[in-house]
Design a protein around this ligand. Structure first.
Ligand SMILES: Nc1ccn([C@H]2C[C@H](O)[C@@H](COP(=O)(O)OP(=O)(O)OP(=O)(O)O)O2)c(=O)n1
Length: 178
């Protein structure tokens, strides 16, 4: 089941959910709006290799905004740092963002119980579009889980994306054995 606005608030009070910074006006009926952080990144090489540690180049979105181009994968990051200690958080797009032709994740929208970090966004666009740091970019929804958890994401020795950062993080697929 998805938490309602009242339940999200109650879980924040209990310490099971943390959203920093938090603004009451960002709480929707059953979601919380998150915003685009100022840092973006692109892969350095035109061809990226799923087995290798591919380097990314970071840059900041200027005050005047930055025009995203089609056929480029941009890694973005939420302005918000979040923790979810008892629920499965999902990152979803916003309809208003989708209507601008902006996708904010490529295949990965699920978070894990125990995930504590900003969210990396895998951004692609249909046509050139200017984006701004601080604009609403997505929404978090929280699902209840059934059963006890043996390995919280932040305790898992192989959790790849749990080191706190304000920067987008590149794929760590290279840590998988295949
Ligand atoms: N667009 C997304 C989706 C997820 N996450 C975060 C929340 C998740 O808890 C964490 C790991 O996501 P996955 O389990 O989908 O990723 P992997 O399976 O590749 O990583 P791991 O092996 O660490 O579980 O990354 C994120 O920052 N940005």
């Amino acid at each position: 089941m998805i938490l309602t606005d009242k339940e999200i608030l109650a879980e924040i009070v209990k310490g099971n959910i943390l959203i920093q910074p938090y603004d009451r006006s960002c709480l929707g009926t059953n979601s919380y709006d998150v915003h685009l952080g100022k840092h973006l990144a692109t892969y350095k090489d035109a061809i990226i290799d799923a087995r290798k540690h591919n380097e990314i180049l970071h840059f900041e979105i200027p005050e005047t905004g930055f025009v995203l181009q089609p056929a480029t994968l941009y890694l973005g990051v939420t302005h918000e740092y979040t923790e979810s200690h008892a629920h499965v958080p999902f990152l979803e797009g916003k309809s208003s963002v989708g209507r601008l032709g902006i996708d904010i994740h490529a295949t990965a929208g699920k978070g894990d119980v125990g995930f504590c970090n900003t969210w990396t966004l895998e951004i692609s666009v249909t046509q050139p579009v200017r984006v701004y740091a601080g604009m609403p970019i997505g929404q978090l929804i929280y699902f209840e889980v059934k059963g006890d958890i043996e390995n919280l994401y932040n305790k898992k020795s192989n959790a790849k994306y749990n080191t706190r950062t304000e920067l987008p993080v590149e794929s760590m697929m290279w840590k998988n054995q295949f």
